[in-house]
Ligand binder design. Structure first.
Ligand code: ZN
Ligand code: ZN
Ligand code: ZN
Length: 135
């Protein structure tokens, strides 16, 4: 193998851009490529998870995946999510997959509905009108 000063995608082998996969591997991995790969992987597993939960916000029907995330229906997910967050956001999606996508406890919500639910306990979409915003 001839010496290369950039990875196969042309990113330079600078120390900041060099990542050792693990101690056994001597092959250096470009950090930029690795990040791109990770982001793609996260996007894919997220899309898979959102699809398993109906592909739309359970509250308002929003279908733009950038706005969607998985919500724990009864709010009990915070502590669990926090513990999963330490190993990265996609760990939560993998965890759901391993559980067979439990439909009783989780649903898809868009950020609006999710925020409203955590701020007011209920999304204005589901509230009796007029909805009084808590001061
Ligand atoms: Zn690269
Ligand atoms: Zn919504
Ligand atoms: Zn809503």
């Amino acid at each position: 193998m001839p010496y290369q000063d950039c990875c196969k995608n042309g990113h330079p082998w600078t120390p900041e851009n060099t990542k050792r996969q693990n101690k056994k591997l001597t092959k250096r991995r470009c950090r930029t490529c690795s990040n791109i790969e990770q982001n793609k992987l996260t996007a894919r597993v997220k899309a898979e998870t959102i699809a398993a939960y109906g592909n739309r916000c359970a509250c308002c029907g929003e279908t733009e995946i950038a706005f969607l995330s998985i919500d724990h229906k009864f709010g009990g997910g915070n502590e669990h999510r926090r513990s999963l967050k330490r190993i990265g956001g996609k760990a939560f999606y993998y965890w759901l997959k391993r559980q067979g996508y439990p439909q009783d406890d989780y649903q898809v919500l868009c950020h609006n509905c999710n925020q409203a639910k955590s701020a007011y306990g209920i999304c204005p979409h589901q509230a009796e009108l007029p909805f009084a915003e808590a001061a």
